[in-house]
Design a protein around this ligand. Sequence first.
Ligand SMILES: Cc1cc2nc3c(=O)[nH]c(=O)nc-3n(C[C@H](O)[C@H](O)[C@H](O)COP(=O)(O)OP(=O)(O)OC[C@H]3O[C@@H](n4cnc5c(N)ncnc54)[C@H](O)[C@@H]3O)c2cc1C
Length: 470
Amino acid sequence: MSVPQEAAPLDLLVVGCGAGGLTVAQAFLEEVDRDGRSPRVVLLERAPRAERGGATRWSWVNVTVDTDGVVDPGVIARILTSHPDVDEEYFRVIEREGAATVAWLEEHGVQIAHQRPPFAMANDYGAMVGGGASLVEAFCALLEAREGVEIRYDTEALRLTTDADGRVDGVIARGPDGLTRRLAADAVVLATGGFEGSLEAVTRYVGQRAGQIRHVVPGLRFNTGDGLRMATELGAATAGQFDRLHVQLVDERTSKPDAGIFGIPYGVIVDGRGRRFVDEGSATAEALNAPLAWSVWRDHDATASFVFDARAARIPGWEFLNQSDIQPYRADTLAELAGLIGVDPAALEDEITRFNAAVGDGDFDPGVLDGRRTHGLDIDKTNWALPIEEAPFFAYPLATASTFSYGGIRIDLEGRVVTPRGTAIPGLYGAGVVTGVWYGEYPGAMSVLRTVTFARRTGAEIAAARVPIH
Ligand SMILES: Cc1cc2nc3c(=O)[nH]c(=O)nc-3n(C[C@H](O)[C@H](O)[C@H](O)COP(=O)(O)OP(=O)(O)OC[C@H]3O[C@@H](n4cnc5c(N)ncnc54)[C@H](O)[C@@H]3O)c2cc1C
């Protein structure tokens, strides 16, 4: 194929404009600045400018760090024991460098605030003020203000190019005019996010019916697994669990982005037959949600409803837990509510009657695992068990929605893409979700932290690799 080539090779070409790509570019430039060099850097962004930033743009960006930026060692321990293939060295780096990552983000105008909601949480969290959009805007502004740096919107990378020895030396990209061009570069970073945006890839890796899983936000449609495809075409190794997506429960009726339904620990969840199937009090709202959303899709025919009563709806901060733009179904009786969510009225009444009868004594406290539980049910509820008895009764019909895929390409600790025997492919790097690390357990609030921590290292590594600056 004969493809027009742009003039001089770039010093760095980054594919993707989310937390991973933006961080690599910025960290590279800061390292190069120390040498007084003037590099040329291009970032390719498939999305139009107004939608730049992939998943990052839509992310809440909770971060598992305490007020000093320290990553909870308990969370790292949980990740390390979740699966034998988890890369311990990778997570030890995050444990060591997490605080420096947070400090670096703050130096660049991105604030992390600590304000605990009135609900029990699994981890100690900070949250990015303004969410991930604040990161995207701050870093794009820094990069676009710099001479020699350009973000090309509406431009998608198609494939990598190599020299005669197999060193990655550029990318073929399709621009907004529909034409392809080759951009030569001394180093190429794949930061294309996950494959959740491709129905074909989701079906291939995750399996039958996975196409039913909707996107939690529209930005995911740009993430079609291209980095994974381009790198594996050159022999890159893969890592992470390929048949698993990170998912969450949303209001089934709405197309509002990020219509998360998190209140389930304070009510009950029933399947399409009106039956409970999980201990809703087994974990905090955010820790329960992803495994439960996965189970609803995989084991319960993608059909479930969250049922609660007037007393639960008065819990302070309820609207923080349930982010739909549509009011829940509301009824004066459970039988009427059952009709609204499409389950057998007698079955739902029977289920809730048995649940209510099993609720024990104790103080209800949504701020801690309160131990207020049921006794004697096939599936007991072990915290926050309140009888569902005060009309009106409410229900949200639920759907499972994806946030990111787990499987990706394998990198080493410097962000170099490696082959199955661990050899780095010269000139090729990966950053963010395109690099696979999760197996089963994703503890929450770690994706941006791990992305930025490693993307910083990768930017510095590329600069230090002393490729000639043109
Ligand atoms: C609603 C929501 C809430 C979340 N909350 C949290 C949270 O609280 N804490 C947390 O840590 N994580 C959270 N996450 C996950 C986290 O935001 C993402 O995992 C992370 O931001 C991904 O960063 P990234 O740079 O790897 O990918 P992305 O931000 O998705 O960026 C990928 C980029 O690649 C571009 N691209 C893809 N293919 C091509 C191509 N061929 N050519 C050119 N460009 C291409 C895309 O357009 C995009 O710019 C959340 C995610 C969502 C959706």
